[in-house]
Design a protein around this ligand. Structure first.
Ligand code: ZN
Length: 408
């Protein structure tokens, strides 16, 4: 009966079957379990303790050398000084900066980023790339091959993967997270290499420099935030709106690099289609925090908010009522409009100037209004080439204002 050992039971040192190995012991918090990492990833560590490589040892040596080489001797008075103790501790903890994702590591990276901003000026684009492991056929095939030990010269029938349910695909992904992360990392690397090329997808706006940070959502899927500095980007003074809304080079850059036209996505329209989630209304707002449905617009523009002195209350109210019409038209097919002209005429908007004026009463900061037809009210802007390679959701924002980057 005991020839097969159930996974939930343990064999003790004397080969005695322990029915309740955790009895009379207290649960150990993950943060205090020195072996948590090795036990969490048995396929990486094979239950062997992790060995720290040379850089950490070097940093330890450096740490003690710092203390020994101190020009000021450590006296009783200095040890009583809390400020001195705090500084000493900070200096001693600096060896942690070589451990990715530690606070000290990100402090060092933040300093690197600020140095880049001083050298290169304001970044041009803020790009976020997300992963969709279960929809990436090459990755799913690769994971399936490893799981079932299928040799490389043997092909895997597409139908096997096509017939898999969502949960079966998720199970495959959960079974080999390392491979999935490596795939995402390589994919992002390929995209970066492509946009560095002179004849790449960014054309004359080729990549000069970039900074990236990969984060993991609660469900464990990675996404990559990137700041891009591009060649031939509009000068900073244009992006500071010295000439008001007249920013032709910025508009040209936006139209060249991104679009909200879903006909360029192909069959995977849903990749860039916004779907409301609880996050959209988490501040108890009635409208979506991300601004969906987005406003239709004949051409790409950057609008500045109206000043308090020029504000007309009736136009602010009109903006709110138009917003409601837009939301209804999105949820109710019978209310939908075919063209922007039809939308304007139905709501008694006489000209494009009036339409733009109403908009300026609804925004609080300079806002990019992308060229958008009535059928793309829920389409987020994207770069067609990157999207065709990524096959997952992306956000593409031109940086025209100072943004706040949180790194720690
Ligand atoms: Zn939303």
């Amino acid at each position: 009966m005991l020839s097969k050992i159930p996974e939930t039971l343990f064999w003790g040192e004397d080969y005695i079957l322990e029915m309740a190995p955790g009895q009379h012991t207290k649960p150990l918090a993950l943060a205090f379990d020195g072996d948590a990492e090795e036990l969490s990833f048995p396929t990486i560590y094979y239950f062997q303790p992790r060995e720290f490589k040379v850089p950490v040892i070097n940093s330890f040596n450096l740490m003690f050398r710092n203390v020994r080489d101190s020009t000021c001797p450590i006296t009783r008075e200095r040890l009583d000084d809390p400020e001195f103790l705090r500084e000493t501790m900070n200096r001693n903890e600096s060896f942690l900066s070589c451990l990715p994702n530690s606070i000290q590591y990100w402090q060092r990276r933040k300093n690197d980023l600020f140095a880049m901003m001083r050298q290169l000026g304001k970044q041009t684009v803020f790009l976020t790339l997300s992963a969709s492991e279960i929809y990436w056929a090459p990755l799913m095939k690769c994971v399936y091959r490893f799981k079932h030990h299928i040799p490389e010269d043997e092909s895997i029938d597409d139908i096997i993967l096509e017939e898999m349910t969502g949960s079966q695909r998720a199970e495959l992904v959960n079974g080999d997270l390392v491979l999935c992360c490596l795939y995402f990392d390589r994919l992002v690397g390929c995209i970066v290499n492509a946009i560095k090329l002179k004849k790449g997808p960014f054309g004359k706006y080729k990549l000069i420099e970039y900074f990236r940070r990969v984060e993991f959502q609660h469900r464990g899927s990675p996404h990559c935030h990137m700041l891009l500095w591009l060649e031939n980007a509009p000068p900073d003074d244009e992006r500071r709106f010295v000439n008001g809304e007249h920013v032709p080079k910025t508009i040209e850059l936006i139209d060249e690099l991104c679009t909200a036209d879903s006909s360029q996505i192909g069959s995977e329209r849903k990749l860039q289609t916004h779907r409301h989630t609880h996050a959209c209304f988490k501040r108890n707002t009635r409208t979506c925090l991300f601004g969906a449905p987005f406003w239709p617009m004949k051409s790409t523009r950057i609008l500045l908010p109206v000043t308090e002195a020029d504000r007309i209350e009736a136009l602010s109210d009109l903006y709110k009522s138009l917003r409601e019409v837009l939301e209804q038209s999105e949820s109710d097919d019978e209310m939908a409009f075919n063209t922007i002209e039809q939308f304007g005429a139905t709501n008694s908007i006489e000209s494009e100037d009036e339409y733009l004026k109403i908009h300026r009463h609804g925004i609080h900061r300079p806002t990019v209004m992308y060229r958008r037809s009535m059928r793309d009210l829920m389409t987020s802007p994207f770069n067609p080439t990157i999207l065709s390679v990524l096959q997952s959701n992306m956000t593409f924002n031109i940086s025209w204002m100072n943004i706040h980057v949180r790194l720690t």
